[in-house]
Design a protein. Sequence first.
Length: 414
Amino acid sequence: MPQQPIKAPSCALSLALLSLAAIGSPVNADSTRAIEDSLKFGKGGAVKMDTTYRYEHVDQDRGPQKTANANTLRTRLGVLSPAFYGLQGYVEYEGTHVLQSDYNNGRSNKPGYSTVADPGYNELNQLWLSYAGIPDTLIKGGRQRIKLDDDRFIGNVGWRQLETTFDSVLITNKSLKDLTVNVGYIGNVQTFTATTENINAPILNANYNLGDYGNLIGYGYWLDYTERENFEKSSQTYGLRFINSAKPKKFYDHYSLLYTAEWSYQQDYLHSSPYQANRFNLMGGFTAYNVSFQGAMEQLNGSGKNRTFDTPLGTNHAFQGWADIFLATPDKGIRDVFGTVNANFMENDSLLLSAIYHDFTDDTGRSHYGKEWDFQAVKKFGKHYSLLAKYANYDADAFSTDTQKVWVQGNVNF
């Protein structure tokens, strides 16, 4: 079904024009340094600030579903204490102010509209105490942000205005050369829609650095949701991941290889119904000068028993298309075959352009769900300022509905 052209509201157009004008205005380094210095105190203490304005537009071909337009302003304000005999603490407020509320905020406030999961809410985002007095070890307890590997299984859902944080204890140890071990326990999840979920979840992630060859990672996550409405989200997951390093070795000065191979196994755990499912994640590519090319496939299987391979604590927006059609795995599983091109331009690679094409089927490849194009441009101005424009277009076949999304965003972060 053909889609109608998007009509962005005047506020988004105004921000876009301001963004274009700002690209030609260099950031004053002296002013930035003065702000940085003024926010520091003591030995390692600092005041931290993060503000993001975002306009999001969602247009779906779904009967009476109304087009969503959301203008939101998110603010975080935190205080990191100075280090004292290995102890350090952090407290952070987070709040979203809704400037335009023509959308379903993920908590069913306006079910007639398409969803933009950014509710207006104020909350205690982080409150933790850490101890670094044991050699090669950091112990952190309290409400905290946790991001492991690529955030597929444990992440903060950082794309949304409110993030996910965890009431947890996390121990990071680097006693053995080239080996980083994270072991922890999560007792509560504060979600990106400002709800809470009770959970008993031991987690383990071990990352071994193989030098120029990359990293070999093994993990286990045991998620036991203790509230009846969430019982079926319980699972135990085990996996192995092999990925080249964040800065892959170059050959002929301007070229490098990119690769990932990962297998994960998931089954029922405590409160959930019996099931078994696998996940496969494969990627190969290369960089040439400032451009990278990647071809990849991620497959999350269905079990055949109305259960699928799921990642309820992951940053799922980053996977299987930015239109967010597949935040939850379909009953028949999903196979996502996709290609990505990233290019860096301007001084210090401050302009990043990205394009991604996805082709979606069930886990057998027989039923075609649809395809999607994603585009993004990010312009950074020094370390603390950035502008973003982003677009997603999902063309439905046998799953969901045609969906277009547009984002315009500005961020200031100290």
